[in-house]
Write a protein that binds this ligand. Structure first.
Ligand code: ZN
Length: 214
């Protein structure tokens, strides 16, 4: 009888605990090429642009993008090689996640590796690329919105140092966070991704969870 009571108490506590923990989203690992050369180029980028000798980050922000391309593979192969296709010999662009139009989440690098996806913030920002936005058309899907909500919740729970979520187009407004660092004069590009509608959807879903939006 006592044993039965104890068992019931334990089950009740497990259920209570489970209801407080966010279910981790399904993530498909599909790593880009990461070798000693990419590590070295990443270090050089961090030293040049941030004055920091790092290749891993303590995440403080999540930055949301669109790929401006048609498929997840086109983004993946753009990010795959170590160096940029422009012949500059610098580390290639990348982001830790790509979310396909059906909401499938691909993790293309370790979450805390420095990725080159947003000028001024790569030293502390995890990037999520969403497939879509070709020609700046705001066409991201509901499945992508849902996947981004779950992914950001998962990241915030795993890295409590994350305080901010912003879209790439909000890069100037986000300087209010104090996180912006750029040591190279005039290094800047104007962005529209991932659009206001998508960011409003994220803000409405996540704002009450201790994250700051712009
Ligand atoms: Zn972007």
């Amino acid at each position: 009888m006592v044993l039965k009571f104890l068992l019931a108490t334990v089950i009740a506590q497990v259920l209570m605990f489970a209801s407080n923990v966010t279910a981790a989203p399904h993530i498909v690992d599909k790593p880009v090429l990461w070798n000693d050369y990419r590590e070295q180029l990443t270090l050089e980028y961090a030293e040049t642009h941030y004055g920091k000798s790092i290749t891993t980050i303590e995440p403080r922000a999540v930055v949301v993008h669109w790929t401006a391309g048609p498929t997840w593979e086109s983004a993946y192969y753009t990010f795959y090689d170590e160096t940029r296709a422009d012949g500059s010999g610098t580390v290639n662009v990348s982001s830790q996640f790509i979310v396909d139009r059906d909401g499938t989440i691909y993790r293309t690098m370790p979450e805390n590796k420095l990725a080159r996806h947003v000028i001024g913030y790569n030293w502390c920002a995890i990037g999520i690329e969403n497939v879509g936005g070709e020609g700046n058309v705001k066409d991201l899907t509901d499945e992508q919105l849902q996947a981004n909500i779950e992914l950001i919740r998962y990241l915030h729970e795993k890295y409590p140092t994350i305080e901010y979520v912003f879209g790439h187009y909000q890069q100037v407004a986000a300087r209010e966070s104090g996180l912006y660092i750029e040591h190279v004069d005039g290094y800047y590009s104007i962005k529209a991704d991932p659009g206001e509608i998508f960011m409003r959807g994220l803000r409405e879903a996540l704002e009450g969870e201790g994250l700051k939006f712009f």
